[in-house]
Design a protein around this ligand. Structure first.
Ligand code: SAM
Ligand code: DTB
Ligand code: SF4
Length: 332
């Protein structure tokens, strides 16, 4: 694990105590196995309220603009060509059909539109030019535009910035130590350099990970530590619960415990106070109560609609009912 540095020791010293006690029983001789949940969530709520309206949740909508056939072997991913999951490879969607989705998402209350492509990396040429035009047009709708296209070079990042891209999603996914159990076709360093290229172009960084892939608590600590130590830390941090998809090597992984999700969200909130913490994949397997606790602990964004990229999502009616029940509201 990379040593916690600047943000943990100097500016928020108590965070380290929460953080280490929270996940590890080995770091302090006399420390309890983990911080009591009320203590942790209370601290996260305090941080959350200093920087955000705790009643407001941003709604974002995903579009799978280029589905399936990906050459990478990310063991969680239904879109990898290495596994038989029933996801068919499709060409890049047309600008018109993506814009229809974006307009519908805006009309349904989303303020951010996220376009994902099952690519290992961006290649210059027709498809990339089309994505640049999609970004321009989403921005013209008055929405935040995010894309996740795999690895990109500094020049490609600059072109995305010029098109008006708000944010680029590229996840670290897990700890450096556990990473090789999950992906063999590109390295952690590759990921960090794409993130640096995004940052270098002045685009906001959206970077997070997945819980429930068989990693230990120490791996979760290490992931959150890596994210918090990006300098600056990401503006947007998706916390995904693994959606175990039949045909992938992780198909039999048990769904992550809800309280463990809440703890991770709380720690992310404490370590990255101004970031938008996104309760991302896996909400169909979470109770309303677990989601409510995640919102209390500082999650302030969800993906709405019936589908994520290829897997199911709770749907707008369910989410509206949940937010109303909680007395919370959608970000305008
Ligand atoms: N190909 C691009 C990339 O990998 O950067 C973009 C698309 S990829 C689907 C975006 C992210 O979705 C992954 O980094 C991973 O964190 C998340 N993801 C993919 N499959 C998932 C699953 N089954 N459960 C939870 N999260 C998943
Ligand atoms: C992220 O971290 N989660 C979103 C978004 N970034 C692109 C994607 C979740 C995908 C879940 C699996 C699927 O639907 O295929
Ligand atoms: Fe899936 Fe992205 Fe990995 Fe390709 S690079 S297998 S689309 S997560």
């Amino acid at each position: 694990m990379r040593a916690p540095s600047h943000c943990l020791f100097s500016s928020v010293p108590c965070t380290l105590i929460f953080y280490r006690n929270e996940f590890s029983s080995h770091d302090h001789d006399n420390s309890p196995p983990h911080t009591p949940l009320p203590t942790l969530v209370f601290r996260a709520m305090e941080v959350h309220r200093q920087h955000h309206d705790p009643l407001t949740i941003q709604h974002c909508t995903l579009s799978n603009i280029k589905s399936g056939g990906c050459p990478e072997d990310c063991h969680y991913c239904p879109q990898s060509a290495h596994f038989h999951t029933g996801v068919q490879p499709e060409p890049l969607m047309t600008i018109d059909s993506v814009m229809q989705q974006a307009a519908a998402a805006r009309d349904a209350g989303s303020t951010r539109f996220c376009m994902g492509a099952a690519w290992r990396e961006v290649r210059d040429g027709g498809d990339f030019n089309t994505v640049l035009e999609m970004v321009r047009q989403v921005r013209e709708l008055g929405m935040e535009a995010c894309v996740t296209l795999g690895m990109i070079t500094p020049e490609q990042a600059a072109r995305l910035a010029e098109a008006g891209l708000t944010s680029y999603n590229h996840n670290l996914d897990t700890s450096p130590e556990f990473y090789e159990e999950i992906i063999t076709t590109r390295t952690y360093e590759d990921r960090l350099s794409t993130i640096a290229n995004v940052r270098g172009a002045g685009i906001e960084v959206c970077c997070g990970g997945i819980l429930g892939m068989g990693e230990s608590r120490a791996d979760r600590v290490a992931l959150l530590c890596e994210l918090a130590n990006l300098n600056p830390y990401p503006e947007s941090v998706p916390i995904n619960a693994l959606v175990p998809v039949e045909g992938t090597p992780l198909e039999d992984r048990p769904v992550i415990d809800g309280i463990e999700m809440v703890r991770a969200v709380a720690v992310a909130r404490i370590l990255m106070p101004t970031a938008r913490v996104r309760l991302s994949a896996g909400r169909t397997d979470m109770s309303d109560e677990t989601q409510a606790l995640c919102f209390l602990a500082g999650a302030n964004s969800i993906f709405t609609g019936d589908k994520l990229l290829t897997t199911p999502n709770p749907g707008t009616n369910h989410d509206e009912t949940l937010l109303t029940k909680l007395g919370m509201k959608r970000m305008q």
